[in-house]
Design a protein around this ligand. Sequence first.
Ligand code: APR
Length: 173
Amino acid sequence: MWMRLVHGDITTQNVDAVVNAANSSLLGGGGVDGAIHRRGGPAILAECRELRASRYVHGLPTGMAVATTAGDLPARWVIHTVGPVFSADEDRSELLASCYRESLRVADDLGAASVAFPAVSAGVYGWPMDDAARIAVDTVNATATRVSEVWFVLFTTTAHTSFDWALSRLNRE
Ligand code: APR
């Protein structure tokens, strides 16, 4: 498996699965979540509603991941994962790592060969970008998966710089 960076919009990525930085309601929001539902269309929300009515009546727990159709997106699937809200008092790093690990597990269940990740938790949920990048890159690198291509799709220059640093640090070790 290799990891690459893209400075752009995750909704335009032509990959098998796009990971959504969702919230536990699975019913949409802003940021990546808003963009994916806006560009992907109502089919995604319809499947999210079915998940809420069946497997996740109390919502998708933080650190977990679940797949739906990608609707009108170029991708085949959206893998929704719920990142932890950053806390200065409590170390929630393991929950953020779980988002990447569980998303890859779901991707394997789907048979997805290529997966695009956003910087989960590094927006509204306030996670410092450098640390979010380190956790993302280190976790994906350490996870056994049949996924062969991982793209980190960064929306801002700051995010791209942080992920570039995290990736280069990995290659130096
Ligand atoms: N493509 C790629 N990255 C994006 C896009 C996009 N279209 N839009 C935003 N981003 C970036 C942000 O700049 C940030 O770096 O994704 C990263 C994650 O930001 P958020 O989308 O705010 O996700 P998160 O911090 O995990 O917060 C999740 O925000 O949108 C709501 O419903 C969502 O409640 C949930 C919360």
